[in-house]
Design a protein around this ligand. Structure first.
Ligand code: UDX
Length: 446
């Protein structure tokens, strides 16, 4: 349905976590550039500091999360709370938007908003889902109940290194799992997600299909009749992300300007993962002992039991004599794209992984939970564009992996080829270019 002007309208509903907001905003920009007028429904919780999107219309719904709920470190509980509290406000808001003259015929929701399946069915509007992970981690998530029935999850430590018969590229310890008080709430979350995807009018992935053809085939089998659109990397269509929840420290860029080309290790564990004091200190000493320049993003609160970096030994920062810089939040796209950045010690969130691929920066994997373990295995063993810190976080291992990564021309060469694939898929005739070309008429046909 078109509005009064000439533009078709679309409504988007991002999930309020950093790794989900960024790709949804990038997608909103892609659709805007393809001629859609964009309305974004958003929660009060985790409202980005500046949207910098004057062309979009924003409508806030009340999520009524209490302070305790909003700061709950149990991510699974937080996801359920948001789903139950936002269902009615979202339904009312969507009805209001649709009753206006500028009605839309389709809503794009994050896959974590599983409640939207029922609401959109009742209202009678089509729903396309954005899944912000890649395909290779999505498949084991989609088969989660089978993995649980077979007793693979939660992980039996004695089986950690055993290959998974159903997923030969993975070891048991790589299977996606999220720690939560009651594992049944994780079962409920994943079965609700899967059900909501089955009834959707399409699933969009921020990935490049050439990287994950086998997984794409499995997804088609698992979700027959649901159109799948791999149109990543999103951030390459549009300028830098404007959906940051924290202020990016731009002094990173002038500091990097002073480093030699390809010399610096960028370190970030993303927006959710946390570590304990001893892991934090092992990373600090591993970086320091590597003798390589490093830019380390330590998110406030990400070291359990401390505010920021006060657990570092006295004199640690001074002893680096300018070779290391620690910040609270970095302009990650600029950092990865800077010529001085030569390696990325990462938690392997999918956005970070894809951003690193696009800049051709090899990785050292330090996964924490969920899809990150699968991504790490693909980075180290399948794509072979990085190294995997397999065991406990340990200073000697970190130091060694930095030295090996910086010296490895094979890894760098494979990364260079993958970067080229990421560029080519967006060019005329490339896979993502063509799939985006199919997505637009699909949306307009709904
Ligand atoms: C979470 C999960 O951890 C991840 O596994 C899943 O794929 C998505 O949700 P997150 O921890 O936020 O993701 O990591 P990631 O997916 O890498 O997204 C982080 C985003 O924040 C990236 O777009 C990155 O560029 C941005 N970022 C990160 C910054 O802008 N500055 C920083 O300092 C760190």
């Amino acid at each position: 349905m078109e509005n009064k002007g000439t533009k078709p309208a679309i409504v988007l509903f991002p999930f309020p976590l950093q790794g989900h907001l960024n790709p949804m905003f990038q997608l909103a920009n892609i659709l805007f550039r393809r001629g859609f007028s964009v309305t974004v429904i958003h929660t009060q919780f985790n409202f980005p500091i500046s949207w910098n999107c004057p062309d979009f219309r924003f409508v806030q719904i009340t999520d009524a999360l209490s302070e305790n709920e909003a700061s709950n470190p149990d991510v699974v509980e937080l996801l359920h709370d948001l789903n139950s509290k936002c269902a009615d406000p979202f339904a009312d808001c969507l009805r209001d938007i649709l009753s206006e003259e500028s009605g839309a015929s389709c809503v794009v929701v994050d896959a974590l908003w599983y409640f939207t399946a029922d609401v959109t069915a009742k209202i009678g509007i089509s729903r396309i889902v954005l899944r912000t992970s890649n395909l290779c981690s999505f498949v084991p998530f989609a088969e989660f109940h089978v993995l649980r029935e077979k007793g693979y999850l939660p992980l039996q430590e004695s089986e950690a290194e055993s290959p998974v018969p159903e997923f030969p590229s993975l070891r048991m310890k790589d299977l996606p799992w999220i720690e939560t008080k009651d594992p049944r709430s994780l079962d409920k979350l994943l079965s609700s997600l899967s059900k909501a995807l089955q009834s959707s009018s399409g699933i969009i992935f921020n990935t490049i299909e050439e990287l994950e053809m086998d997984s794409l085939y499995q997804i088609h089998k698992k979700f027959p009749g649901v159109p799948i659109f791999c149109i990543g990397p999103f951030h390459r269509y549009v300028s830098a992300s404007s959906s940051s929840l924290l202020t990016q420290d731009m002094t990173c860029v002038s500091w990097l300007d002073k480093q030699l080309p390809n010399s610096t290790i960028y370190v970030s564990l993303g927006s959710i993962a946390s570590i304990d004091e001893s892991e934090f200190l092992e990373i600090a000493w591993g970086l320091s002992n590597s003798d390589q320049p490093f830019l380390w993003m330590v998110r406030p609160g990400s070291v359990r039991g401390s505010e920021w970096i006060e657990l570092l030994p006295k004199g640690f920062v001074e002893s680096l004599e300018g070779r290391g810089k620690i910040v609270r939040w970095a302009p990650q796209l600029e950092v990865l794209g800077h010529g001085a950045t030569g390696g990325f010690l990462t938690h392997c969130g999918w956005n970070s992984t894809l951003e690193s691929i696009c800049e051709g920066v090899p990785m050292i994997c330090m996964p924490s939970f969920g899809d990150q373990n699968v991504n790490a295995r693909y980075i180290s063993d399948v794509w072979r564009i990085g190294l995997h810190l397999e065991n406990k976080i340990e200073r000697k291992e970190i130091e060694k992996s930095i030295r090996v990564l910086m010296a490895s021309s094979e890894i760098r060469e494979r990364m260079r080829k993958m970067k080229k694939t990421a560029e080519e898929c967006l060019g005329q005739g490339g896979s993502s270019y063509c799939t985006l070309g199919n997505l637009i008429p699909h949306i307009l046909s709904l």
